[in-house]
Design a protein around this ligand. Structure first.
Ligand SMILES: N[C@@H](CCC(=O)N[C@@H](CS)C(=O)NCC(=O)O)C(=O)O
Length: 206
């Protein structure tokens, strides 16, 4: 088996597992937990000096960054999830960069401070700030989905949707952020209902 995905389903690795299932490719999941018990161990840092998961080794080609990995896998294996032309490729890269810069930092701040951190370490002011910062990007996403027939690129589910979903998904800890956003709600439901998504999230028991 050529492709190895390092990480666990309860990490950003879920994005790559989902993509591998979308593409119908075989992979080996090498379970490395985030942090001291896994991704910060010297033997793992030797292959990914960032100390993060996910990470892939595709027959000797190594990559980190979950969303870049998805772009690579889609480009390599093709099919409807992949960009079909240079225009779609540009749009997919734009949505991916947008998710990473405009959504993920705020959504992660909300997720950590609303739920993931031990209670004494949570800062409600950071949730409030994150919610304020996410208003404008979510308005952009809502309008794009309403205009694009429910998906971001080419009127069908693609790597752009998977990558953006990967960041917007963090807002499940603050459902008020998504209130009054029917296009986003329908899109999230459609993404999550995909057989590949169900198979991936089942690995998390979800
Ligand atoms: N931008 C990176 C972020 C990777 C990242 O921060 N991963 C987390 C797990 S979701 C991690 O490995 N944290 C453990 C650590 O930094 O020690 C990506 O999307 O792959």
């Amino acid at each position: 088996m050529a492709l190895k995905i390092y990480g666990i389903p309860r990490s950003r690795g879920i994005r790559n597992i989902w993509m591998a299932y979308e593409l119908g490719i075989d992979f080996e999941l090498v379970e490395v937990a985030p942090g001291e018990s896994g991704s910060r161990k010297p033997e793992y840092m030797a292959i990914n000096p960032n100390g993060h998961v996910p990470f892939i080794d595709d027959d000797g080609l190594v990559l980190w960054e979950s969303m870049a990995i998805n772009l690579y896998l889609a480009r390599k294996h093709g099919g409807p999830v992949a960009p079909q032309n240079v225009g779609e490729e540009g749009q997919t890269m734009a949505w991916t960069a947008w998710a990473l810069t405009g959504v993920e930092p705020h959504a992660a701040q909300i997720m950590y401070n609303a739920s993931m951190l031990p209670e004494p370490e949570r800062d409600p002011a950071k949730v409030t700030a994150g919610l304020a910062a996410i208003v404008a990007p979510l308005a952009v996403l809502e309008a794009a989905l309403a205009k694009g027939g429910g998906y971001l690129v080419g009127g069908r589910f693609t790597a752009a949707d998977l990558n953006v979903y990967g960041a917007v998904f963090y807002l499940r800890f603050a459902p008020q952020a998504l209130a009054g956003k029917p296009a986003i709600a329908a899109w999230m439901e459609a993404c999550r209902a995909r057989p590949a998504a169900q198979k991936a999230f089942a690995l998390r028991g979800e």
